[in-house]
Ligand binder design. Structure first.
Ligand code: 6PG
Length: 256
């Protein structure tokens, strides 16, 4: 029997959070330019949380801002918290403040998830429909984004895929509403494994000593036990960019 196995993730260790931000921003530019050269546009899903903020800032400033094909870029979100866009915890709000309001990207190419709507199931279904339209997929097909950025929570969650949640078993819907009791903002809307694992490239950004244990849980010899470790694109690249503090507990020989 032939068993298909995804290649091991690439792991890159940056000296500190600034070097991580620079490496991540440069990767985004490289993936964006390659996607535009190959397909005429670049589709990305941004990560929430605080780790990507500095990468977003760098993409908004020279020299990298000028290297990005903004007019060909379509921006989606991996998840959103149940707050309005101007709330300090809004993932869209963070991305807008750090990046999107500073670059010449047409507003109809930015697809925020409406976090504060009363009917989160309807918002999730609508977002899935929008993705389906933009990617012109047929029923049952899954959109293939060029790049998905993700972060890692201390409990091993990524996007809003939290440990123990029924959404971890989702095989059909590409966007769902979730209730994450452990999170400071429990009502959330998240993309799911089917769309993460259909991506052409997924990049994790993880910084700080407080993440070292969960990085080991996700990437160490016995990795695979936390939700983030189950993002394994079936036909795509998987890159983890860590800073030295986050990588500190990885077994020797695991990093490049
Ligand atoms: C969210 C996120 C979440 C985040 C991690 C890491 O909306 O909460 O998308 O998955 O990426 O919790 O967050 P930090 O970068 O803030 O540590």
């Amino acid at each position: 029997m032939i068993v298909a196995m995804e290649p091991a993730p690439e792991i890159r260790v940056a000296a500190d959070p600034n070097a991580l931000a620079e490496a991540a921003a440069r990767e985004v530019v490289a993936v964006a330019r390659a996607a535009v050269a190959a397909r005429g546009r670049f589709t990305i899903a941004l990560a929430g949380g605080s780790t990507p903020r500095e990468s977003y800032r760098r993409l908004a400033e020279p020299p990298l801002a000028a290297e990005m094909p903004w007019d060909r870029t379509l921006v989606f979100f991996g998840d959103e918290r149940g707050v309005p866009p101007d709330h300090p915890e809004s993932n869209y709000g963070m991305a807008r403040a750090a990046l999107l309001s500073h670059v010449p990207i047409p507003s109809d190419q930015i697809f925020p998830i409406q976090g504060d709507a009363p009917d989160t199931d309807a918002v999730a279904a609508e977002y899935a429909r929008t993705l389906g339209e933009v990617f012109r997929v047929r029923r049952g097909e899954v959109p293939r984004l060029d790049l998905i950025l993700l972060g890692l929570g201390i409990d091993g969650h990524t996007a809003s895929l939290f440990p123990g949640s029924p959404v971890l078993k989702e095989t059909f819907r590409i966007v769902t509403a979730v209730h994450a009791a452990a999170a400071s903002i429990p009502e959330r809307i998240t993309l799911t494994y089917p769309i993460f694992n259909a991506a052409a490239c997924v990049i994790y950004l993880v910084s700080g000593a407080e993440k070292a244990k969960v990085v080991r849980a996700a990437l160490g010899d016995r990795g695979g036990a936390v939700p983030a470790a189950m993002v394994r694109p079936t036909d795509g690249r998987l890159l983890w960019i860590l800073d030295r503090a986050a990588a500190a507990l990885l077994p020797a020989g695991r990093t490049s």
